[in-house]
Design a protein around this ligand. Structure first.
Ligand SMILES: NC(=O)c1ccc[n+]([C@@H]2O[C@H](COP(=O)([O-])OP(=O)(O)OC[C@H]3O[C@@H](n4cnc5c(N)ncnc54)[C@H](OP(=O)(O)O)[C@@H]3O)[C@@H](O)[C@H]2O)c1
Length: 388
């Protein structure tokens, strides 16, 4: 059904859990038809992650899209950038919308420049890019080659991986400034795949070999992403310094600090992660293969318990008995993990798969929004994977 620009009829159906929304003042507590409704804006709506956010939020029972921002756009029909969403009648404008929450899905450095303006209006900021992921401002010139323009805001940001930081995300809702730095796609897959081992202080040495579909690089045209370059070819890139390595070291290192042995030394293998990504001729999906030499011998039964307990109550993480493939999660917010002790070497092999644009980007962003606003965590994210 075509709808008017910027107004999406999301009141029909769904749950009716009325009640106070955590934090963020009266705007966020607005209700329509007795249901909580959060107003949301998307900055960078013309990109892959921005378009995927629109697609997911159109079916979110508690969200109303307040506006879509694209640079140099003025009432441009969304079909110009996302033909799949043309029937929504939505338009993309040049003004950042007023909303309870603003998602930014921009190249690195751009969201940090806008963040002050967004949070000054009282909106919660959820950045899909990397500008609020790393705790230490000195990591930005090191990994991203820019000086962070707003270190005072960075200091208030929460790393938005709900499986590891659910309580901190909830608490961020009650702060005057709410900023969620959403994880990268490789980082999401790899951190989830390794967190139970890190928590138990089991990572003595680590090599991560990962593969991504081409949409992970965004839609900005680049010669090495042409069909003729990528098709029927596989190549490694980002040798010895892919930026997502920084997040893996930060987050897995923190797991160790809270882990059984009480310090980062518990996991010497996460201090300098050997991470090698590869580009694969497919559109979506990430497979991360994590090779771990453990700090002590482990049994399969111990691994089964560790992973089972870590993710038993998680709506989007599934521990599976057969090695997972990217097709098993395509289009969904799921992360599937398989973990085994190699009986020959005694090492652990842990494999994880996600859809980079859903659990690796827009889906995770919606999941964090749900946690932040006290909504059901799976709201808007209940799609099964698409197959074949
Ligand atoms: N793709 C993924 O799988 C994925 C996963 C996790 C995180 N991310 C992160 O999410 C962010 C967006 O990624 P993407 O894949 O959606 O990229 P994309 O497809 O290239 O889209 C980038 C968006 O940013 C806009 N933009 C570019 N430069 C800008 C500037 N200087 N000021 C304002 N807007 C600007 C673009 O607008 P125009 O249309 O005007 O160019 C477009 O809307 C990146 O930081 C990326 O690292 C991506």
């Amino acid at each position: 059904m075509p709808v008017s620009a910027g107004s999406v009829p999301q009141d029909a159906g769904g749950d009716s859990t009325a009640g106070p929304v955590r934090g963020l003042g009266p705007k966020a507590a607005s209700t329509r038809s007795g249901r909580r409704t959060i107003t949301v804006g998307i900055v960078g709506a013309t990109g892959y992650a921005g378009g995927e956010l629109v697609r997911l939020l159109l079916h979110h029972p508690n969200v109303r899209l307040a506006g879509l921002y694209g640079r140099n756009r003025d009432k441009e029909p969304i079909a110009a950038s996302h033909p799949n969403l043309g029937a929504t009648g939505l338009v993309i404008d040049r003004a950042i919308p007023e909303a309870d929450a603003i998602f930014t899905a921009l190249p690195y450095g751009a969201a940090a420049e806008m963040a002050g303006e967004i949070v000054a209006r009282g909106s919660a900021l959820l950045d899909v890019g990397p500008d609020f992921r790393l705790h230490d401002p000195a990591d930005y010139p090191r990994w991203y080659k820019f000086d962070h323009p707003a270190p005072e805001l960075l200091a208030q940001a929460v790393y938005g991986l709900p499986e590891l930081h659910r309580e901190e995300i909830r608490e961020a809702a009650d702060r005057p400034t709410t900023i969620i730095g959403l994880p990268g796609c490789y980082s999401t897959a790899t951190i989830l795949t390794l967190a139970p081992l890190a928590r138990a202080g089991l990572i003595a040495d680590l090599a991560v070999d990962a593969k991504s579909g081409v949409s992970g690089a965004g839609r900005e045209p680049k010669p090495d992403l042409l069909f003729s370059e990528v098709n029927e070819s596989v190549r490694a890139y980002g040798m010895f310094g892919h930026r997502h390595t920084a997040e893996m070291e930060q987050e897995l290192g923190e797991q160790g600090e809270r882990g059984a042995m009480g310090s980062r030394d518990a996991n010497p293998g996460v201090a300098t992660v050997d991470f090698l990504p590869h580009l694969i001729p497919m559109t979506r999906g990430i497979l991360t293969s994590c090779h771990v030499r453990t700090t002590r011998p482990v049994t399969q039964a111990e691994l089964d318990t560790l992973y089972g307990e870590a993710y038993r109550d998680e709506p989007f993480v599934q521990i599976v008995a057969d090695a997972p493939a990217t097709k098993h999660v395509f289009g969904s917010n799921l992360c599937r993990i398989w973990v085994r002790v190699d009986p020959r070497s005694g090492k652990v092999l842990a494999l994880g798969v996600i859809d980079n644009l859903v659990k690796g980007a827009a889906g995770q962003a919606v999941q964090a929004l749900n946690v932040l606003f006290g909504l059901p965590e799976a709201a808007g994210l209940e799609q099964y994977p698409i197959a074949p």
